[in-house]
Design a protein around this ligand. Structure first.
Ligand SMILES: Cc1ncc(COP(=O)(O)O)c(C=O)c1O
Length: 373
């Protein structure tokens, strides 16, 4: 027999995944039960309640989609977008671009609100675009753009969308658990996230939540949702309420044990405390960056605490630095994407990885690497 795979012990400070709490890994190694076992149904109900706590919502339709964040993105969009419709999509980085691509594949026509990479979505531009396109009924945007580290004002963007009788689809893959995401208070209509960032779970699950306005729109669609797997009407036969649950797909059972444990840990810490921890650590990291002569790309008022793009100084080979960090320190940080390729490093301080020890490790390692590569 071949040897089992034994991964190196890395410190994960890239754009995700983050390191996983040992209790989460332990929970995932427990015995597998059937996906309709009464004990598992009970666990599913607990996960839904814990997700409501995390999203700050009373939405009944709140559950983890079986699939990574991109499947959550696609679930929100395929259910809410009808062929031939017009959808406003805000693009200030890679993930807004991914939303646009899905909207096109749904047979709809995207109207883009473009922003420079490294900046938040501009509310005035959204307002002007909606004014000019009165037939739009849906606005999609990314709350925390992981490709740049910019945080947009989800509350204000949703307020503007609602003024024009539009619903919102909001990407909270990097914000949930690390930055306030107040689904009910801000009126966000359809929201998705990912398990592998500030929730500190392995990748592969995407928490989603839909309010009644969004569910009404889905119920009144004039066309069938083109994806069988992601059609909410079908998935909710399994994830819906009540004792009558029927087979839809075989849920990733052990992964859900992990999510449950991670959400318990988050609740134990308290969601506000988790936001504050991320905010404090992000600030401290940026102060220390300045002390070694490095600068964050995003201005402080639009900067995420849990994902910081660091400008690569002139004359420094960014890929060599990342290689050095991995080889010498077992430390992973991320590269820039798209128009920021080669220009920034992306440092994640997410979930279990967001701690003082990691801040100091990363600062020391970056200083060493810049001096010695
Ligand atoms: C903002 C954002 N949206 C969507 C995704 C896609 O998530 P996944 O890679 O889990 O499919 C990511 C992943 O990094 C992300 O950062």
């Amino acid at each position: 027999m071949q040897n089992s795979f034994n991964p190196p012990e890395r410190v994960l400070m890239g754009p995700g995944p983050s390191n996983i709490h040992p209790q989460v890994l332990k929970a995932m190694s427990r015995s597998t039960v059937g996906h309709l076992d009464p004990s598992f149904i009970d666990l599913m109900d607990q996960i839904k309640e814990l997700l409501k706590y995390t999203f700050l919502t009373e939405n009944e339709v709140t559950f983890p989609v079986s699939g990574p964040g991109s499947v959550g993105m696609e679930t929100c969009l395929v259910n809410l977008v009808e062929p031939g419709s017009k959808v406003v999509v805000c693009i200030n980085g890679v993930f807004g671009g991914r939303m646009k691509s899905i909207i096109e594949r749904c047979g709809a026509n995207p109207v883009v609100v473009e922003e420079e990479w490294g900046k938040a979505v501009n509310p005035e531009k959204l307002d002007n675009t909606l004014k000019a396109n009165p037939d739009v009924r849906l606005v999609a945007f990314v709350h925390a753009e992981t490709s740049t580290g910019a945080l947009s004002d989800a509350k204000l963007l949703t307020e503007i969308a609602h003024n024009y009788d539009c619903l919102t689809v909001v990407d909270t893959v990097t914000s949930l658990g690390g930055t306030p995401v107040k689904v009910d208070e801000w009126g966000l209509d359809a929201v998705y996230s990912g398990s592998q960032k500030c929730l500190s779970c392995p990748p592969g699950l995407s928490p989603v939540t839909f309010n009644n306005r969004a569910i009404e729109v889905i119920k009144n669609r004039s066309t069938v949702v083109q994806s069988w797997f992601m059609d909410l009407n079908l998935v909710m036969g399994y994830w819906g309420s009540g004792s009558k649950r029927s087979y839809h797909h075989t849920a990733p059972i052990n992964a859900l044990y992990g999510l449950h444990e991670a959400l318990l840990l988050l609740k134990e810490e308290g969601i506000e405390n988790a936001w504050n921890r991320h905010a404090d650590n992000g600030k401290e990291f940026c102060t220390k960056l300045n002390e070694i002569g490095l600068n964050p790309l995003v201005p402080e008022n639009e900067r995420l605490s849990q994902l910081i793009s660091v400008t690569v100084p002139d004359g420094v080979d960014e890929a060599k630095v990342r290689g050095y960090l991995l080889d010498k320190y077992d430390l992973e940080i991320g590269a820039g994407l798209g128009s920021l390729t080669g220009k920034v490093w992306r440092v994640g301080l997410m979930g279990y990885s967001s701690n003082k020890k990691n801040i100091q490790l990363c600062i020391n390692a970056l200083k060493d690497a810049i001096e010695n590569t």
